[in-house]
Design a protein around this ligand. Structure first.
Ligand code: PHE
Length: 360
């Protein structure tokens, strides 16, 4: 058979010149495909006499194998080159440190809520919740503040609208977290140990008051809980929260309709050169109201006061956040000023816990 060398040279060159897989496939079809040039020559073998067929068949098969091998080798080479190219352009140095991304900061109020939840959880307190739009029974009556009680005026309450003709007492924006005491006791009974952090509302606005602010309620009811337990609990909390070796609290006799006896609690601090220090100095800062839960409150919540007693307290979260982190103006807390948030905010991925340290 003539011309096989020419054919071989033609196809091997074509294989070598193919720059991608589809070009290579075209070469394969032209040579070895059903209607390809080599296949066509194979088809003529049948018409040859046996001697000639044997020789021609052998050299055609050898040529076919050679082209086939060249095609495969080229294909593998192209794939390697493609991979090399991807590796060259898509490389990534996994040993480089991550690029820091701005992902916002945790607001000091959220941070402080996490911190105090961690501390009270460690003392066996669960977290309870209640609605911010509250019925006046939960916000007042059940807490021993009947309709004509002067304490209702002191609360500067926001009232919700009722439909015209609906003469039931209006709902209120809760003026304190104390209604959660009632809800938690009605829900879980006694003994109980809960805290209830959340938003509260009063019509008040100046440098130290905003119409919305945050409180955390504490409630511990058992058979023999006393003011001594309250005092220990609050001291322990303040020490852990302010991250100082010791704190000094001052219990001042006070009055709340829902506790008897009642006490307001101040913390010793100093305020020098704009620097606030906790646990030393000659200033006192009021941080909470507290007392032994009034028997009428226990009764309203379905807890028998002959069997159970305990303490409750309500603490201003914004206030202790300002104290701990040296933030001078309360109003800035709720203005959503990004510069303020970046300055006073906390890293989003640092969750405060006791073993890890609260504020790191
Ligand atoms: N609810 C009171 C307030 O808002 C605080 C308080 C709570 C006092 C629990 C005593 C017991 O001022």
């Amino acid at each position: 058979m003539d011309g096989l060398d020419t054919l071989k040279a033609k196809y091997l060159t074509a294989v070598a010149d193919a720059t991608d897989e589809s070009a290579l496939e075209e070469v394969r079809v032209a040579a070895l495909g059903k209607k390809g040039e080599i296949s066509a020559m194979m088809a003529t073998l049948g018409k040859m006499d046996p001697e000639a067929r044997k020789a021609a068949g052998a050299s055609l098969n050898a040529l076919k194998d050679e082209i086939d091998a060249a095609l495969r080798a080229r294909k593998a080479g192209l794939a390697d080159a493609a991979l090399d190219e991807r590796l060259r352009t898509e490389w990534l140095d996994v040993t480089l440190p991550g690029r820091p991304r701005r992902m916002g900061t945790i607001h000091p109020v959220s941070q402080v809520m996490e911190e105090l939840t961690a501390i009270f959880a460690d003392m066996g307190f669960a977290v309870a919740e209640g609605p911010q739009v509250e019925s006046d029974w939960y916000n007042f009556d059940a807490l021993n503040i009947p309709p004509e009680h002067p304490a209702r005026q002191e609360h500067d309450t926001f009232f919700m609208h009722r439909a015209p003709g609906d003469n039931r007492p209006p709902h209120v924006l809760r003026t304190h977290t104390s209604p959660v005491q009632i809800r938690a006791m009605m829900d879980k009974g006694a003994p109980i140990r809960v805290i209830a952090p959340g938003r509260v509302y009063r019509m008040d606005m100046d440098q130290t008051h905003t119409p919305m602010f945050h409180q955390v309620e504490g409630l511990a009811i058992d058979r023999d809980i006393s003011m001594a337990n309250l005092k220990w609990c609050l001291e322990e909390f303040c020490r852990a929260f302010f991250e100082v070796p010791s704190v000094e609290l001052r219990f001042r006799a006070s009055h709340f309709p829902f506790t008897e006896p009642s006490a307001e609690v101040d913390i010793r601090c100093s305020w020098e050169g704009g620097q606030l220090k906790i646990g030393q100095g000659d200033k006192w800062m009021e941080i909470l109201g507290s007392g032994m839960v009034h028997p009428k409150v226990l009764t309203a919540a379905g807890v028998n006061p002959d069997e159970w007693q305990g303490f409750a307290f309500g603490m201003g979260i914004d206030r202790i956040a300002m104290l701990k982190y040296g933030i001078p103006d309360l109003r800035a807390f709720f203005e959503s000023d990004l510069r303020w948030l970046r300055h006073y905010g906390f890293a989003a991925l640092d969750m405060p816990d006791l073993p890890g340290g609260l504020s790191r």
